[in-house]
Ligand binder design. Structure first.
Ligand code: PMP
Length: 360
């Protein structure tokens, strides 16, 4: 978890305004959530594009996880999709959610090239090309978890071509908008590209990371359809599902997000905060890379600076991860994923020296 430098004073302002507002009396929100919040989230996703907004709807959800669960449940129970493709590797909960919804086929598309430590586009396209008709494809909008490696604009075009040819249903997981480039618009460029190419899609938006509202469970399932006539039918189906899972969403966190996204001055302040936070992560990537190069740590490390977002897939193996944990108390995942937010100017030397020690 990462606490924004400016977040605290920004939220004190907003929270005291919310708490002094007598309309927040712990009443239930509507089943689909706060209308203002939903509008703000859709507007943020499409950067104010009126044509896309007119063909979109949103349901407030319990974080990005709730949005994924809701969308995948709709695709399974209402549209009877049987096959979902997730990246290999992916955030483990993608697979967990699909399993819990009893998708008969949960398939992986190759994403990461272990040897070259970069995106394995050719094999990714090959796997997607082999998909059966009527498959769902889960794509990470930006800051891919766990690899930190996102496709380039040109690569996204090639992915879109295959997904279109295979008539796959596109589901973007957008858990880190702003964390990749520091620019909340640039970070959803892939989602907007697919929208402009005419795809219908679901987008699971999470505000846990980019608003630092982890425990408040703020997210949204945004859906984009070809014709606005479809929106009421979708809204009604989602309301039925929500009613049976969480009935209606929590108010406090979404009120904060809504207050920010519906006020231009606060939105600008928030965007600056996100930018400074992403810039700090990028600076830590550069520092860690420089230290490893200076130590002449065997192997190549440039993937650390090429990756984006919160995580770095270091290429360290499970034994090296165990060694770092047990010997040096540096905690990372067994697959070599480290959380870049935990690296600071004060601990980077220690981290680099310990990685060096684990590798040699
Ligand atoms: N998708 C991905 C790829 C994530 O990494 C996460 C959070 N770790 C989520 C979704 C879920 O986010 P939330 O905490 O908002 O449910």
């Amino acid at each position: 978890m990462f606490v924004f430098p400016n977040k605290v004073c920004m939220y004190v302002k907003i929270e005291s305004a919310i708490l002094s507002n007598t309309s927040l009396l712990h009443e239930y929100l509507p089943i689909a959530g706060s209308p203002k919040f939903r509008e703000g989230a859709i507007n943020l996703l499409w950067g104010g594009d009126k044509e896309l907004i007119a063909r979109s709807g949103g349901v407030q959800a319990l974080g990005g996880t709730g949005a994924l669960r809701l969308g995948l449940e709709f695709l399974r129970s209402r549209l009877h999709y049987e096959t979902v493709y997730v990246s290999k590797p992916t955030w483990a909960n993608h697979i967990g959610i699909c399993k819990s919804l009893l998708y008969p086929n949960i398939k992986e598309y190759k994403y990461w090239d272990d040897k070259l430590r970069c995106l394995d586009l050719d094999n990714m396209l090959q796997d997607l090309n082999a998909a059966p008709d009527r498959s769902v494809v889960l794509l990470h909008a930006c800051a891919h978890n766990p690899t930190g490696m996102d496709p380039t604009a040109e690569q996204w075009h090639r992915i879109a071509e295959v997904v279109k040819a295979k008539k796959m249903f596109v589901f973007f997981d957008c858990a880190y908008q702003g964390f990749s480039s520091g620019d909340v618009d640039l970070d959803v460029a892939a989602v907007r590209l697919f929208a402009k190419l005419g795809f219908e899609m679901f987008v699971a938006q999470s505000f846990s990371k980019n608003f630092g509202l982890y425990s408040e469970r703020v997210g949204q399932l945004t859906y984009l359809v070809q014709s606005a006539d479809m929106l009421p039918r979708l809204a009604s189906n989602f309301s039925t599902i929500v009613r049976q899972i969480w009935s209606n969403p929590p108010a406090h966190g979404s009120a904060i997000v809504s207050a920010v996204l519906n006020d231009q001055v606060l939105t600008n302040e928030w965007k600056e905060t996100v930018k400074s936070m992403a810039g700090r992560i990028q600076a830590m990537r550069r520092l860690l890379f420089d230290r490893l190069v200076a130590l002449k740590t065997p192997g190549t490390w440039d993937h650390i600076v090429k990756q984006n977002g919160m995580f770095s897939f270091t290429g360290l193996d499970a034994n090296q991860a165990d060694y770092l944990i047990n010997t040096h108390h540096i905690y990372l995942m067994k697959d070599g994923r480290i959380n870049m937010c935990a690296i600071t100017t004060r601990n980077v030397d220690y981290v680099a020296e310990c990685i060096h020690d684990a590798v040699v």
